[in-house]
Design a protein around this ligand. Sequence first.
Ligand code: MC0
Length: 153
Amino acid sequence: MLTRIDHIGIACADLDASVAFYRDTYGFEVAHEEVNEEQGVREAMLRVNGTDDGGATYLQLLEPVRDDSPVARFLARHGEGVHHIAFGTGDVAGAAAAVGGRGVRVLDAAPRPGTMGSSIVFLHPKDCGGVLTELVQAAAHGGAGGEPDLTQE
Ligand code: MC0
C-alpha cells in the first residue's frame, strides 16, 4: 500500500537560497514550484529519482508564507531542517484509514490538496516516533501492484 518515499520535506527560511544550495552542491534541479495557501508554504520540488511504481522521489523545500503556518512555527522552534517524510500510495484514503486503525492520529479528516495535484494526509508526529509523516497519492498514477498491504496482518 505504501510504495515509495515520495518526498522529504525540508523547512527553510529562504526558498531561493535553499534551491541554490541543492543545485550548486548536488546538481538537483527544480521540477516544480508552487504556493499552497492552505498549508501556508511556498515550495520547490527537486526530483531525485524515479521509482519502480512509476512515481518519483523528491526533496521538497518549504518556505513559510504566513507566520501562523506549521512551517513557520517549526522554523521558530527548531530552525531549518527536516520537517517531515512522505510515503507514496495509490490510495491515500485507504492508507490513512488503515494506519488510523492502528492507533496513529490522522490529522486530516479527508485528504487535502498537496503539491502537483496530489492528495495528502498528515499523521501526528507524537504517534510516529517524533517524525511528522505524510501520506501522498500522486495525481498522475494510482496504486501499484506488489506493494505491502497494511490492511492485512
Ligand atoms: C511540530 N512538532 C513536530 C513537528 N511540528 N515534531 C516533529 N516534526 C514536526 N514537523 C511537535 C512540536 O515540537 C511539539 O512537540 C508538538 O509537535 C506540537 O507542536 P506545535 O508547534 O505546538 O503545534 P502545532 O499547532 O504546530 O501542531 C503540530 C502539528 C501541525 C504537527 C500537528 O504542525 C500539523 O498539523 N502539521 C501538518 C501540516 C503541515 O505541517 N503542513 C506544512 C507542510 P512538544 O514535545 O514540544 O510538545 S505542507 C506540505 O508538505 C505540502 C503542501 C505537500 O507535501 O504537498
